[in-house]
Ligand binder design. Structure first.
Ligand code: SAH
Length: 259
């Protein structure tokens, strides 16, 4: 007997649906029109508290389900329960929901539900932190780049270290998400040590904190002075490759065009 044949699961005729929405970096002007419409049309908004605060303007008349950062699985299950009961549910992530966001987990949790196949799910992309940070720093991502998260909550440090090593050796521009937290203050320094095996200490780097929000700050420095910057979990770090340089206060990685 499959899950769909179980008694009580034969009323999977819900009109509910789930939109997994990327909010972009912060302020509403960076949100796509598609994301705005999906938020406006939703009955229930599910998300981490910090992200719910970003969309204050959209909350009136909606039910908001919030829980802490470690409650991702619970949050997705709640979204499915609500959609199965007929609600239009918006599950929100900052940036792009398919990049270290909720989209993958949402698809997995939905597939486990007896009504999973009947519930429509839309994944709505957003401006990811790499794009917003790059635009603020100049144009550092004009050539091949690797995105690596330093969070070891779901990935072993050995795996992270190996990827850093490979990306550095391959001369990729490197974008670091989740670069530092109180629980692991030394990970950024460890990452820098690995990258310094392959890159000059004078390699340009950029940090953007709170991109696209009122408190936005940026720094452009060298790889060996990066440890002195106040990098935190609201920051994205971009480490140049062997070609990246400073041009009138901005970072540029040349694509290779001749002027
Ligand atoms: N889905 C998100 C990423 C979530 S992981 C996206 O696509 O952008 C969380 C990490 O993203 C943070 O630790 C930080 O490195 C980065 N980040 C998210 N929003 C940011 C912002 N406004 N400014 C700078 N970095 C940000």
């Amino acid at each position: 007997m499959s899950q769909n044949d179980l008694p009580g699961s034969n009323h999977c005729t819900s009109k509910g649906e789930i939109s997994v929405i990327g909010l972009g970096p912060g302020s509403e002007e960076y949100m796509t029109e598609k994301a705005r419409q999906a938020l406006i049309n939703s009955d229930v908004i599910v998300g981490y508290r910090t992200y719910v605060k970003l969309i204050d303007n959209f909350l009136s008349g909606k039910e908001v389900v919030v829980n802490g950062m470690t409650g991702e699985v619970e949050r997705c299950k709640e979204a499915v329960r609500r959609a199965a009961a007929g609600a239009k549910v918006a599950v929100i992530s900052s940036g792009d929901p398919g990049i270290y966001g909720m989209a993958g987990l949402m698809l997995e949790v939905l597939s486990e539900h007896p009504c999973g196949k009947e519930i429509n799910i839309n994944i709505i992309p957003g401006v990811t932190a790499a794009s917003s940070a790059a635009s603020i720093l100049g144009a550092p991502l004009m050539h091949d780049f690797a995105v690596i998260s330093l969070s070891d909550r779901l990935t072993a440090w050995e795996v992270i270290a190996k990827r850093l090593e490979m990306a550095a050796e391959g001369d990729f521009v490197i974008v670091l998400y989740n670069p530092r937290s109180h629980g692991r203050p030394d990970y950024l320094n460890r990452a820098i040590e690995i990258i310094l095996k392959y890159r000059k200490p004078t390699t340009p780097v950029g940090v953007v904190r709170n991109a696209g929000r009122e408190e936005q700050e940026l720094w452009i420095r060298d790889l060996d002075t990066l440890p002195d910057l106040p990098v935190d979990m609201s920051s994205t770090v971009i480490i140049g490759n062997s070609q990246t340089y400073m041009l009138n206060g901005r970072l540029v990685t040349p694509r290779g065009y001749r002027l």
